[in-house]
Design a protein around this ligand. Structure first.
Ligand code: HEM
Length: 505
């Protein structure tokens, strides 16, 4: 046996004994941990529960151990809460105590140990970053400035689909075109830029690097090295790839977007207040010395992951559900035709006149939540929750998917039925006004992007349904809606081929 491995195993065993003694001592001091499966030395509960702690597996564990339970994953403590009351406690009542984010070996690389906003601990840096990002990204003014761009992008998707004869016959993987649209929606806001086609070399590069970033961060492959520090040397190869991807990505953001924008601004002689895009505001904050150049690049990094994929996955889920529920699709089309008039294309200000469209979107976010466990929270200091002691730096997962799919709180939750948002749940909104429905979280770390995501979803889904009949491909009666979960994400496993038959209006 490799001597190094033997040495590590001995160290691990020694540590396990130390941990066991510490736990015994803490128990002696009436340290009351939440319930959970009994851990074994070194591995904790890891071998019992496995790597894939997706929302469904965690729901099964909650049924066994209760609305709050603790898993010891090697050295890491993982606390899972699964009731609206406890979600309120974590996100609202004790929002400061539980308002930090966990680190892990991979996220540390991609975020420069929390120099970004999404994955940084609760404190001064987070507050500053969130403030700096608000004006350029998260206000109604931004929506009003960019909604014409989103409408044009959705219009261009419709045109491209109509031009492609395959769409109406064998069908196309619509997601690919929608991905280009989402990049354009967000790159217009960030840099006043767009990509002309799916083959644009810069878009191809960007998409590949973002895809790698996502895959590497959401994978379960690196758990062992994260949970059991003595095994970390075996992760060296994986972490090296992460570092390379991170480096290449930030360099790409800098060379092709941030620096380009700087050049452009320096050649403009007059004040161009009205035409400012997000990065101009962010660079101003850098000039004032509020943030440094790395922070600027991490803001770009955050928007690339937090905004584009989540919204794209939600659009994809919405379309899949509409294909699989033609009666709901028809009802939505009738609403659009009746309220707007046949052929009149939906725009952002129409949203409040289209209750069924809003209900379809909410139902999609409920059943197919893109971030079903929210972004993991963390308590920097030891805390109390539901009468239990929560060790400092525990990873806290709120099983938001279960809160929105628990039959104790929702009528037939497994059904895709937008009508529920007119009937029994008519007051429930996506903004966190009800702790059973938190697709964007709520409280201090809630998603600030909701203000952009909802209109983009409405415009895109609305226009597709107005212009096409959306159908499964020939020979198939339904789309496969199997799920693929990650560390905290959820998307459709197979990007479906969809037939889009243009309507004759
Ligand atoms: C359908 C689309 C989206 C969904 C479902 C979604 C969902 C979420 C969720 C669940 C969180 C974590 C909340 C928590 O930890 O308590 C989050 C955080 C965040 N989201 Fe979104 N999001 C979406 C779109 C967007 C967009 C379009 C943007 C930006 C333009 C964005 C930016 C962010 C940021 C910056 C955070 C971190 C907030 C913080 O840590 O303080 N999201 N999102």
């Amino acid at each position: 046996m490799d001597l190094l491995l033997l040495e590590k195993t001995l160290i691990a065993l020694f540590l396990a004994v130390v941990v066991a003694i510490v736990i015994a001592k803490l128990k002696g001091k009436k340290f009351k941990l939440p319930p959970g499966p009994i851990p074994v030395p070194v591995f904790g509960n890891w071998l019992q529960v496995g790597d894939d702690l997706n929302h469904r597996n965690l729901t099964d564990l909650a049924k066994k151990f209760g609305d709050i339970f603790l898993l010891r994953m090697g050295q890491r403590n993982l606390v899972v809460v699964s009731s609206p009351e406890l979600a309120k406690e974590v996100l609202h009542t004790q929002g400061v105590e539980f308002g930090s984010r966990t680190r892990n070996v991979v996220f540390d690389i991609f975020t420069g140990k929390g120099q970004d906003m999404v994955f940084t601990v609760y404190g001064e840096h987070w507050r500053k970053m969130r403030r700096i990002m608000t004006v350029p990204f998260f206000t109604n003014k931004v929506v009003q400035q960019y909604r014409f761009g989103w409408e044009a992008e959705a219009g261009s998707v419709v045109d491209d689909v109509k031009k492609n004869p395959e769409s109406a016959t064998n069908g196309i993987v619509l997601r690919k075109r929608l991905q280009l649209m989402m990049y354009n929606n967000m790159y217009r806001i960030m840099f006043d830029r767009r990509f002309d086609s799916e083959d644009d070399p810069l878009f191809v590069k960007l998409k590949a690097l973002n895809g790698e970033r996502s895959r590497l961060a959401q994978s379960f492959e690196y758990n062992y090295g994260d949970f059991i520090p003595v095994l970390r040397p075996f992760l060296r190869g994986y972490l090296k790839i992460c570092k390379e991807v991170k480096q290449k990505r930030l360099q790409l953001f800098k060379d092709y977007f941030v620096d380009e924008r700087k050049k452009l601004s320096s050649t403009k002689s007059t004040d161009n207040e009205g035409l400012k895009c997000a990065i101009d505001h962010i660079l101003e904050a850098q000039q004032k010395g509020e943030i440094n150049e790395d922070n600027v690049l991490y803001i770009v990094e955050n928007i690339n992951v937090a905004a584009i994929e989540t919204t794209l996955w939600s659009i994809e889920w919405g379309i899949a559900e509409l294909v699989n529920h033609p009666e709901i699709q028809n009802k939505l089309r009738t609403e659009l035709d009746t309220v707007l008039g046949p052929g009149v294309q939906v725009t952002e200000p129409d949203m409040h006149k289209l209750p069924y469209l809003n209900a379809v979107i909410k139902e999609t976010l409920r059943l197919r939540m893109a971030i079903p466990l929210l972004v993991p929270h963390m308590n920097l200091n030891q805390a109390k929750l539901a009468g239990y002691d929560i060790p400092a730096e525990s990873k806290i997962l709120v099983n938001a998917w279960w809160l929105a799919n628990d039959p104790a709180h929702w009528k037939k939750p497994e059904e895709f039925r937008p009508e529920r948002f007119f009937e029994e749940e008519s007051k429930v909104e996506a903004n966190g006004n009800d702790f059973r429905f938190l697709p964007f979280g709520v409280g201090r770390r809630a998603c600030p992007g909701i203000i952009l995501a909802l209109p983009i979803l409405a415009i895109t889904i609305g226009r597709l349904v107005q212009n096409f009949e959306l159908l499964p491909p020939p020979g198939q009666s339904k789309l496969d809606t199997a799920e693929k979960g990650g560390q905290f994400s959820l998307h459709i496993l197979k990007h479906s081929t969809i037939v889009l038959k243009p309507r004759s209006v």
